[in-house]
Write a protein that binds this ligand. Structure first.
Ligand SMILES: [Zn+2]
Length: 376
């Protein structure tokens, strides 16, 4: 019998693949994982999008009545940043408990943990509800891979519950805010700066829009745990030179939304408040995610994590968004938890590392969650 796959070894293997996004180039990494899963008896499907890029969906078992438990994670990583690294970002160097590399926390350790857990249980999973692994590309640039996947009929299959193995330090989060970024564009007519009456000033229109946004109120009820959504004007640009009437101006609007808001409604309200002079363009549209902490399976996740964390988890939500924003609604809104071994404060940092101890703990926890779901 083959030795069980070690999650630290697999994390290190995944770190060797340069999946910096852009451009991504996740396919070789996806195929490496897919090869391991296929050998363990999983049905593996690659869903390509763009050159050298692929999402991967692997399933095992299956039951007509109960949908599988789904584990999801992305294999793309963010660029290294301007500051030099002390540790090689792709070599998988270790120092004590720390395993260094771009994507070690966000989130190749999380993917390795659920892949190892699923492979360990694979021989027991035939004729059970089963396990589905959804491994995505292109998450870091606004869940592009997940959007592509759900646009393909039947590609994601079914899921009765979802674990998103993003870095949480093994603390289970019951949801996260959404992100909705819009660009407001105003148009005018240019003229010589000495004769402004001959032009129409786009910057004045943008200034009106900014004032309107400063006083804009969302009309939804605040969410019980996440409170109210926020709106910030992060950028403003307009005009090419001081002695012309500007014919275009742009403002960047960053909204962080809560589950009592839908982005379509917000957009309609903003369009009405700003009027026809402001054209709105969507830059990022990722909805919020939330599962009631009292939900039975969420409580089961808390049961599993309690001994590992040393205390029963308090319901909390994550500060970043995840692929669950796309996958959870596409699966018909099953309960969803964000839970993974990476260190949340290490995501996107220079000399990013993860804890090997936490990675092993999460593999054990994921085995437990799969066993409970599949009753094996
Ligand atoms: Zn991530």
């Amino acid at each position: 019998m083959a030795a069980p796959l070690d999650p630290i070894t697999l994390t290190r293997e995944l770190l060797h693949f340069n999946t910096i996004n852009p451009p991504g180039a996740e396919e070789p990494c996806a195929r490496h994982i897919g090869g391991l899963l296929e050998k363990a008896g999983f049905r593996v499907k690659y869903h390509g999008f763009g050159t050298g890029r692929a999402n991967l969906v692997a399933t095992i078992g299956g039951d007509a009545d109960i949908a599988p438990i789904c584990f999801t994670g992305h294999i793309d990583i963010v660029p290294l940043g301007a500051a030099p690294w002390v540790h090689d970002p792709f070599a998988g160097e270790t120092d004590g408990d720390r395993l260094f590399g771009r994507g070690s926390s966000d989130m190749k350790s999380g993917v390795a943990a659920f892949v190892c857990a699923a492979i360990e249980l694979a021989p027991l999973l035939a004729r059970t509800p089963g396990v589905s692994l959804v491994i995505t590309a292109g998450e870091e640039t606004g869940c592009q891979g997940a959007y592509d996947l759900v646009s393909k009929p039947g590609a994601i299959g079914r899921a009765g519950a979802i674990v998103v193995a993003e870095p949480t330090g093994n603390f289970p989060f019951v949801g996260h805010r959404g992100a909705f970024w819009l660009q407001g564009i105003t148009h005018g007519v240019t003229a010589h700066g000495s004769m402004p009456e001959k032009g129409v000033n786009a910057v004045y229109k943008a200034a009106h829009a900014v004032t309107c946004l400063e006083h804009f109120h969302f009309r939804n009820q605040p969410h019980s745990m996440m409170g109210q959504g926020t709106l910030n004007v992060g950028t403003i640009a307009g005009g090419l030179n001081i002695n012309s009437v500007p014919d275009e101006a742009r403002i960047g609007i960053d909204m962080r939304t809560v589950p009592t808001q839908r982005h379509g409604d917000i957009r309609a309200d903003l369009a009405q408040a700003l009027g026809p002079e402001v054209e709105l363009k969507t830059l990022l549209d990722v909805e919020s995610v939330y599962t009631e902490p009292q939900q039975a399976w969420v409580q089961e996740v808390f049961d599993v994590m309690q001994p590992i964390l040393g205390a029963r988890p308090e319901p909390r939500t994550a500060t970043y968004f995840t692929d669950a924003a796309v996958l959870t609604p596409a699966y018909g809104n099953p309960p969803t938890i964000i839970l993974g071994p990476g260190e949340p404060h290490m995501a996107h940092q220079t000399d990013e590392y993860c804890s090997t101890e936490r990675t092993r703990q999460s593999t054990v926890a994921f085995v437990d969650l799969m066993r409970r779901w599949c009753k094996v």
